[in-house]
Structure formats: C-alpha cells, structure tokens
Design a protein around this ligand. Structure first.
Ligand SMILES: [Zn+2]
Length: 322
C-alpha cells in the first residue's frame, strides 16, 4: 500500500464509537463471507512468495487468482466471467458478476478492489506480504465465493466487479509512472471500452469503488482514507455499525495515494478501507514482520462483510446516497 499526505486535514478525524458489540450472523439482505475461507485463500496467495510487479511472481499470482475463481464451488452457471487485463506488464484480474437480464455493455456496476502485487523490499528479497497483499486477495476471493452462491437466488440490482490490481506498490516512490499502475490502467481500460460512462450522454456506469488494503491485521482498526468520498464513507460506517463492527471503523484524516485514487480522479465515488497502523508504530508495514501469524480470519471477515453490505445498500437504494 501506499500513502502519503496529499493535503492534510481535509476531513477531520471522527471517532465512531458505536456501542454495538458482537456480530450478527445474518445481516439484512447481503451475503457474508466465510472468514476461514478468506484465510485459506490468503495463505495460498502468500505461499506463492514475492509477487512483485513486472516479475514472474505477479504473473503467477494473477494466474493463481483466475484458477481459484474458475474452480470455486457455488458459482452460478451463467452471468459471471473473468477478464484478465494482460496489458503487458500489468496483470490485473477482474471477476465480473453481471446484473441479471441486463445487457453487459451498459450495466451499472460497483467495483470492489484490492491489490495482488507485493512491495519489492531491497532489504528482504523474500518479502511476501501477508497483510499488505495477501489479506486483500483472500478477502476478495471469499467475497466472490459468497456472492456467487448468494446471487443465484437474490440478485443484486447492478453488476459487481471484483478487481485484483497489479502494480499498486511503487518500486521507489509514488509518481505518475511508479505505483497505482494497475488501477490507473483499469480506469483507463473502462474509459476506452465505453464501460466507465456512456460516451454519448456521459451517464456513468461505474457507480462506486470500494477498496480493501491491509485489512488482515489481528488488531484491526480501519480508518477510512481521508480523501474517500464523504457520502460513500458514511454508508460504509453505517454498514459497519449495522453489523456490530462500528468500534473497529472510523473516518481517518490521512489522505491516501492508493488504488481508489485513480477512480476519484475520474469522478467516481470511492472509499479506501485501510488499517494503516500495522504493529506498534506501524513497524510491521513493508518489513519481514508482515507474516501470516499477524493476520486473522476475523479481521478479513470484518472488512469484507462491511464492503459487501455497503455495495448492497448502495445498489438497493439506487445510489441515492452518493
Ligand atoms: Zn504496501
């Protein structure tokens, strides 16, 4: 992940201290994930080793994600597909659930994303990023499994795209040509192919983007990036409260350069669910201490369930909150 103060204090920190405790099993009208399954997928992704952009590791990671989706039990027989963007050297994978009965080329949709590449650590060439990389991949794959099964009987009134971005990590430092390459490329791909908006009327098809990054930390506290779209951030906090996860979420005041940023630049409401306090003083971040023992099934489930409920709430009320 990435981060940098773009401009400080745009949105003041606001602790969200909801009293609810525990977690209900069946939130009204949205699927929930199996946290252990998310952990299993995170482990599988982690076990591939370093997944650095422009290397065989990232290419293997993309292939592995595709393979998991194609072999996933419970997927509907029709209405979904996988698009792998081989925009050399970028390997971004998109798992698409189409809205039932809607022409695929003009459907409204929500993007739920995470990056699958890992940071190249010059000090630790074996760095494989459990939290910073694998946790987002695990959560997204478990969401795909939950949604595939759920949408068989209760379809969402819009399309849903799970996007595994390549090239999020900067090799050196975030610039226009280093870092966020997969998400920039993806937004451009949507625009070029007429999927971002109707070229004739300007009506936007891509309604919202929900990003998950570093959400596996056992000691989870998600501070939504300060440059998240305020209306969308509100829906996320409300969903967290509804699920009993309110105390683990707040609106942060740090503006992140993360994969939601190219969406914001394109005028798409976007939110970044990120826990940028990984270990004491963030000391596990981008170090060899980012290992599987630092992440948990429960944390991935917390972030994933909130993201899914957010998507369902947005779509169910016709995106009026944005
Ligand atoms: Zn990172």
């Amino acid at each position: 992940m990435k981060h940098r103060f773009l401009f400080a204090g745009l949105i003041s920190a606001c602790a969200v201290l909801f009293a609810a405790a525990g977690c209900q099993d069946e939130p009204a009208g949205a699927p929930v994930i199996d946290g252990e399954l998310a952990m299993k997928y995170a482990q599988g992704n982690y076990d591939l080793g370093p997944r650095v952009f422009r290397t065989e590791g990232a290419a293997k990671s993309a292939e592995w994600i595709e393979e998991q989706a194609y072999t996933m039990p419970g997927m509907p027989e029709t209405g979904w597909n996988i698009v792998t963007l081989h925009h050399d050297p970028i390997r971004t994978v998109e798992i698409v659930f189409h809205q039932k009965g809607r022409a695929e080329d003009n459907e409204d949709f929500i993007v739920i994303g995470a990056h699958h590449d890992t940071k190249k650590l010059f000090s630790d060439p074996d760095f494989a990023g459990a939290n910073d990389g694998a946790s987002g991949v695990g959560a997204l794959l478990a969401m795909v499994a939950a949604v595939g099964d759920y949408m068989n009987s209760r379809p969402l009134p819009c399309g849903l795209r799970f996007v595994f971005f390549d090239g999020e990590e900067a090799l050196y430092q975030y610039t226009e040509t280093d870092g966020l390459l997969g998400s920039r490329d993806y937004v451009e791909y949507l625009r070029r192919s007429g999927q971002l908006e109707d070229p004739a009327t300007g009506r936007r098809y891509c309604k919202a983007m929900i990003l998950l990054d570093m959400i596996g930390d056992k000691d989870l506290h998600i501070a939504l990036a300060g440059n998240s779209t305020p209306g969308l951030a509100k829906v996320v906090l409300k969903a967290a409260d509804e699920l009993g996860y309110g105390p683990k979420f707040s609106l942060g005041d740090i503006n992140m350069l993360d994969d939601h940023y190219p969406f914001l630049q394109a005028g798409i409401p976007a939110v970044d669910l990120i826990d940028f306090e990984f270990g004491p003083k963030n000391c596990y971040w981008h170090t060899g201490a980012d290992t599987m023992d630092k992440i948990s099934a429960e944390s991935m489930k917390t972030a994933a369930d909130v993201a899914l409920l957010t998507a369902w709430r947005l779509a169910s009320n016709g995106f009026k909150d944005l």
